[in-house]
Design a protein around this ligand. Structure first.
Ligand SMILES: Cc1cc2nc3c(=O)[nH]c(=O)nc-3n(C[C@H](O)[C@H](O)[C@H](O)COP(=O)(O)OP(=O)(O)OC[C@H]3O[C@@H](n4cnc5c(N)ncnc54)[C@H](O)[C@@H]3O)c2cc1C
Length: 320
């Protein structure tokens, strides 16, 4: 029996193949060619069984979430893609258990409604909870790292659990980025007591600000390059008023080298933000990579600084 036939027999797994599995349909950038198979697991047992089948096969495979932080190559991904879409949430006093496939925004609303404060400022960050843990997502002074108590994951052999400390969080980083065999299944978060109406209002107002900057229909990945920690930069290189919470926005460097409005083919830098790059509709992943390389070259030549992409690459020779 082939691995595809075995996967078809897994209860709780939905398989997409052919055009339906083309990754441009599953990424916010709207870029990316086909993969061999896209499998959605709606339960932990289906995910674990599919993972085991894929590991024991010779197929290349990886996982994705909502696809909001991914650049997939035009030729696609020559392997299988697994998604974990279980999305249940349960609250107990000041903690919430949440499945990795829950929309981060649904999770934040769920916490707000229960007067649980701590992630309300991350409202509007798209994607699923598992990927938010993987990349230690953050916004407006709040981040996953500040609230996660523990993360459960499957490592190919067993379901295990890491404490916050064991997750190795740093700015936009966790241990799960270093060891992709560890796939997050669920997590427990701890909150402070808050006021539901005030939390909802803060989330609403932040969402409105973000929607103006990143219109919901914009084909992008948010900020494409990571901001830079001021402690890693040569002294005096950046005006002090540009430093926010110990970081300098990558957009500041990009804007010094003429990034705003710069375009290659259908891929453009926003006129109002140097670190916001989008597909205007007819762009390709090759054009995007060319544009990123050109911007990185300009910043390196002018400041002797190498910008690092926040976005994850799939199906390229450059490894994520
Ligand atoms: C308009 C816009 C605004 C954004 N603003 C912000 C922001 O303010 N702050 C911020 O931090 N990010 C921001 N982002 C980036 C993005 O929202 C986050 O990176 C998000 O966490 C990605 O979630 P996803 O489900 O789309 O992940 P995907 O893009 O599908 O996947 C990202 C990575 O996560 C890994 N992954 C997914 N699920 C799991 C799992 N269960 N276990 C282990 N690994 C997993 C995948 O292998 C992949 O490498 C923005 C993106 C957009 C489009």
């Amino acid at each position: 029996m082939t691995v595809f036939e075995s996967l078809r027999g897994v209860h709780g797994l939905t398989l997409l193949e052919g055009e339906r599995a083309a990754l441009r349909h599953h990424t916010r950038f709207g870029l990316g060619g086909p993969c061999l198979l896209l499998a959605d697991a709606s339960s932990e047992s289906a995910f674990v069984e599919a993972y085991r089948l894929l590991v024991s096969s010779t197929l290349l495979w990886t996982s994705i979430g909502r696809g909001t932080n991914l650049v997939v190559s035009d030729r696609g991904y020559d392997g299988a893609i697994l998604r974990y879409s279980a999305a249940s949430m349960t609250a107990d006093s000041l903690t919430i258990n949440v499945d990795a496939g829950a929309e981060l925004n649904d999770f934040i609303d769920y916490a707000n409604d229960r007067s649980l404060a701590g992630l309300e400022a991350m409202a509007g960050v798209p994607g699923w909870v598992g990927a938010a843990i993987y990349g230690n997502a953050g916004a407006y002074g709040q981040s996953i790292q500040q609230r996660l108590l523990s993360a459960r994951f499957f490592d190919g052999f067993a379901v295990r659990e890491f404490s916050n400390e064991e997750c190795g969080f740093r700015y936009r980083h966790s241990i799960f980025k270093e060891q992709k065999s560890r796939q997050i299944l669920s997590a427990r978060f701890g909150f402070s007591a808050g006021d539901a109406a005030a939390l909802r209002e803060r989330s609403r107002s932040i969402r409105a600000t973000r929607d103006a900057k990143f219109p919901p229909s914009m084909k992008c990945a948010g900020s494409i390059f990571k901001n830079l920690l001021v402690r890693d930069l040569p002294e005096g290189i950046v005006p002090s008023e540009k430093v926010i919470e110990g970081k300098v926005p990558a957009g500041w460097f990009l804007e010094q080298v003429g990034a705003r409005g710069f375009a290659i083919g259908g891929i453009r830098v926003a006129d109002y933000h140097g670190n916001l790059i989008y597909n205007s509709g007819a762009g390709t992943a090759a054009e995007l990579v060319e544009l990123l390389d050109e911007l990185k070259r300009r910043v390196r030549d002018r400041f002797a600084i190498v910008l690092e992409e926040e976005v994850q690459f799939l199906g390229f020779d450059r490894i994520i």
